[in-house]
Design a binder for this molecule. Structure first.
Ligand SMILES: NC(=O)NCCC[C@H](N)C(=O)O
Length: 266
């Protein structure tokens, strides 16, 4: 019997300029603590490792305040890494390090913009929610229609289908919904554009309960600021690992955006 390969995840150390990161749908906080952010980031990385992940550090980008949100720079499906075209100009330099890390990891690497699509191609990885062979792509914030079409072009090569979803209420699609291991989509209803659009939707009682990272098997990783949602998930049979990520939430981040998991669910 062969030993299954350990799952892997890309992470990126926070920039010392984290407090200058973008905020769009929330008030800017004046008390982002870079030391606490680094401690929380290390705790998040440790939680991935404790769940059996090998973590691979993308080279830091100290001049890019939002670079810790590495998920936005790359979409991985199977062995394919699509280097994104971030919708915010200040985040576009983040993709060079992401591309280098994906090449070094031996993935097949393509650029999102290298697709036969008309119009402005922009897409953040935070807008891509993978559930089975479907990638739901949030359009309307950082991601354009052309960006979703370009991703569809690339993901078709690995047998994935893109379903565009219009978003208005949050920065990214995965700021409003993510999926449990069985594909149930979870979201905090006041921030979900259209709960009825999801085939299987579970409302959670806290905003931060909407964000889960599937760690494989029965386990999800989430913020420690959503204890009632965590209990709801436990009651449904899932194991929950909860971590403090408050300094990143102040910059409109969540658990999903702090890593790129090299497996097919989010
Ligand atoms: N995928 C994510 O949820 N990314 C969070 C990005 C937050 C960052 N401050 C931004 O506005 O781009």
């Amino acid at each position: 019997m062969t030993t299954p390969a350990r799952p892997a995840a890309f992470v990126r150390r926070p920039s010392p300029r984290l407090s200058e990161g973008l905020v769009t749908h929330i008030e800017r906080s004046d008390d982002v603590d870079p030391d606490l952010a680094l401690t929380q980031w290390q705790g998040y990385v440790d939680a991935l490792r404790a769940a059996g992940y090998t973590t691979v550090e993308v080279d830091p980008a100290p001049d890019c305040p939002d670079s810790v949100f590495v998920e936005d720079a790359m979409v991985v499906a199977g062995d394919l890494a699509v280097v994104t075209a971030p919708g915010a100009p200040s985040r576009q330099p983040e993709t060079d390090g992401a591309r280098a890390a994906a090449v070094a990891a031996g993935l097949t690497v393509v650029d999102l913009t290298d697709a036969p699509v008309e119009g402005t191609i922009a897409l953040d990885g935070g807008d891509v929610l993978k559930v089975g062979d479907t990638a739901y792509v949030g359009v309307g914030g950082r991601t354009t229609e052309a960006g979703a079409q370009a991703l569809a072009h690339h993901l078709a090569t690995v047998g994935r289908t893109v379903v565009p979803v219009q978003i208005r209420k949050t920065l990214h699609l995965k700021s409003q919904v993510t999926a449990l291991p069985d594909g149930t989509v979870v979201g905090y209803e006041p921030l979900v554009d259209d709960p009825a659009a999801w085939p299987s939707f579970l409302a959670v009682p806290e905003p931060e309960g909407a964000h889960v990272v599937v760690l494989g098997g029965q386990t999800v990783l989430m913020s420690d600021q959503a204890p009632q949602s965590a209990q709801l998930f436990r009651d449904r049979g899932w194991e929950v690992v909860a971590v403090p990520i408050g300094e990143f939430v102040k910059l409109e981040g969540c658990v999903t955006c702090l890593s790129v998991r090299l497996h097919d669910t989010d």
